[in-house]
Design a protein around this ligand. Structure first.
Ligand SMILES: [Zn+2]
Length: 71
C-alpha cells in the first residue's frame, strides 16, 4: 500500500484548512498556518502535526513503523 504523502491540516485556531506535503521518513513538529500564522505543534502523545491536526496520519504511522518516536 502506498502511503499518502499529502494531508489536509486544519488549524485549531482559525479553522483554515490547507494541504501540506508530508515527509516520508520524518515527522513534522511545526507547521505554520498559512492563514493566521499560528505555529502548530503536536498534541501530547502525537508524533507530528499531521497526527494531531491532519486528516490522516503521517506516512511512517500509516505503514505502522515507529517513526520519530520520542521514547
Ligand atoms: Zn490558522
Amino acid at each position: 500500500m502506498q502511503a499518502a504523502t499529502q494531508a489536509t491540516v486544519t488549524c485549531p485556531k482559525c479553522g483554515h484548512q490547507s494541504k501540506a506535503d508530508m515527509p516520508l521518513d520524518a515527522c513534522l513538529w511545526f507547521y505554520e498556518c498559512p492563514a493566521c500564522h499560528v505555529v502548530l505543534t503536536p498534541q501530547p502523545g502525537d508524533c507530528c502535526v499531521f497526527c494531531s491536526y491532519g486528516d490522516m496520519q503521517c506516512p511512517p504511522k500509516q505503514e505502522e513503523k515507529s517513526c520519530c518516536s520520542k521514547e
